[in-house]
Design a protein around this ligand. Structure first.
Ligand code: EPZ
Length: 416
């Protein structure tokens, strides 16, 4: 599948933001910890959610959409003995790794294939394994599987890097474990806050989510309930940059400004005007952007998941822009594709330097990964002529109905 885009139309209108993909996925893993019904509200119908649904079905759950909500409930009354799912399913989504913490907590053991997710040249899980082992879990790797023979017993673990996934895996492993677990140097992303809020709503005792020290008191069991995760800050940021790169205006409905403050500061320094009221963000963009510098980092620094999209904007911002990714140092597959569209850019290690051009030109380009695909769509919205973005299956892992939402904003884009 591909997108065909005729660029040059300033966006204008409103767009509804879905619940955050990177909150929904760990919450789905958390649903394994309880035998009661879980409802995830405003859930995006994206392929990563479908992949995690397949994994949960192997764990004895029924997972169905009911309008905008995802309903997860036990479908097999008898005790689920061996939960296993294929390497193919596991490798389609990064958060399959979170089943290590969830299944080992629930069934006292787990055996999972290696996870997948976007390929930026390696997605190691050493921090996950080291942290779980430091909390008493017995974990070994065997023939392409990660096997947990004994669950977490509690204690304190210090993360060498505030890994989002590792923080989530520890929380999932500790919520119904014996004793108390403490994470030092925990990730502070809004998606961690969402996961903790969901688990606390169904009976967990997690304190400090959103700070670098998280404490989890193990409880005997969890109940059921409904939860609405926060808006997807990366989807929201992507549409704000789409308005900026086309010199248009946009109203985001259901977005949280505080979760994308790093982007808002960067854009309002750059000819964009904002109005923020509750969960509505309105942006009016000036025509030509000025050059800017970005260094990505753990929250609340600038998010790596918006780095590629801002690279597209840098390509058409007057002057020299510098973008470095300190989280995923190889996350630059979009650079070569942007060059095909006329971008003037040099990449040295994990630093891309752009000499902004007035406008890009259409080309046929490939979406190597999720946010690379988003960046190329934004570039196509700006470009003169027609842009074909191929391999949009990567993009549709994380963006629900992107072509429909952009068409409603006045873009000329078709899915072919
Ligand atoms: C989560 O990935 C997100 N994915 C990513 O979003 C996001 O880019 C990333 O966090 C950083 O914010 C989901 O939530 C599903 P990390 P995760 O563990 O958990 C290294 C998107 O576009 N590391 O915080 O995998 C790692 O290589 C996706 O929606 C280890 O070395 O990220 C990276 O350099 C892409 N060993 C850094 O830490 C480990 O065991 C941050 O990774 C784990 C991570």
């Amino acid at each position: 599948m591909e997108f065909k885009i005729n660029g040059g139309k300033p966006l204008s209108g409103s767009v509804k933001i879905e619940s955050a993909k990177n909150s929904v996925l760990p919450i789905m893993a958390g649903a394994v910890l309880t035998d009661r019904e879980i409802i995830i509200e405003n859930c995006p119908k994206i392929s990563d959610v479908f992949a995690m649904s397949k994994i949960l079905r192997h764990a004895g759950k029924s997972v169905e959409f009911c309008e905008e909500n995802l309903i997860i409930k036990p479908c097999e009354r008898e005790y689920v003995k061996d939960v296993n799912f294929s390497q193919e399913i596991a490798s389609s989504v990064r958060t399959s790794v979170l089943m290590l913490g969830a299944l080992s907590a629930k069934y006292k053991r787990a055996k999972i294939p290696y996870p997948g997710g976007c390929d930026f040249g390696g997605r190691p899980i050493d921090i996950h394994i080291g942290a779980l082992q430091s909390l008493g879990a017995k974990i070994r790797e065997d023939d392409g599987f990660i096997i947990c023979d004994e669950p977490v017993k509690g204690g304190k673990t210090v993360l060498p890097f505030p890994s989002v996934g590792a923080t989530e895996n520890i929380i999932l492993s500790a919520v119904i474990a014996k004793g108390e677990s403490i994470i030092v140097n925990a990730a502070k992303e809004p998606e961690i806050v969402d996961l903790a809020a969901f688990l606390n709503k169904i009976g967990a005792k997690i304190y400090g989510a959103g700070t670098s020290i998280i404490r989890i008191e193990g409880v005997k069991g969890l109940c059921g309930g409904a939860f609405r995760p926060s808006a997807d800050r990366i989807e929201a940021g992507t549409y704000l940059i789409a308005a900026a790169i086309t010199g248009g205006e946009i109203e985001l409905i259901g977005a949280s400004a505080e979760n994308i403050s790093a982007l808002l500061f960067k854009l309002c320094d750059n000819t964009c005007k904002f109005k923020i009221k509750n969960d509505i963000i309105y942006l009016h963009s000036g025509k030509r952007k000025k050059a800017f510098d970005i260094t990505t980092g753990p929250f609340p620094m600038f998010p790596t998941d918006l780095q590629a999209q801002m690279s597209a904007l840098a390509a058409v911002s007057s002057g020299k822009s510098r973008i470095s990714d300190e989280v995923f140092k190889n996350r630059f597959y979009h650079i070569a594709e942007l060059e095909k569209m006329g971008a003037k850019v040099t990449l040295r290690g994990n630093v891309a330097t752009f000499d902004g051009v007035l406008r890009l030109h259409g080309a046929t380009v490939g979406a190597h990964d999720l946010r690379c695909g988003a960046a190329l769509v934004l570039a196509g919205l700006n470009a003169e002529g027609t842009t074909i973005v191929r391999d949009i299956k990567h993009l549709e892992r994380g963006y629900y109905a992107m072509d429909k939402k952009l068409t409603a904003l006045g873009a000329d884009i078709v899915r072919a």
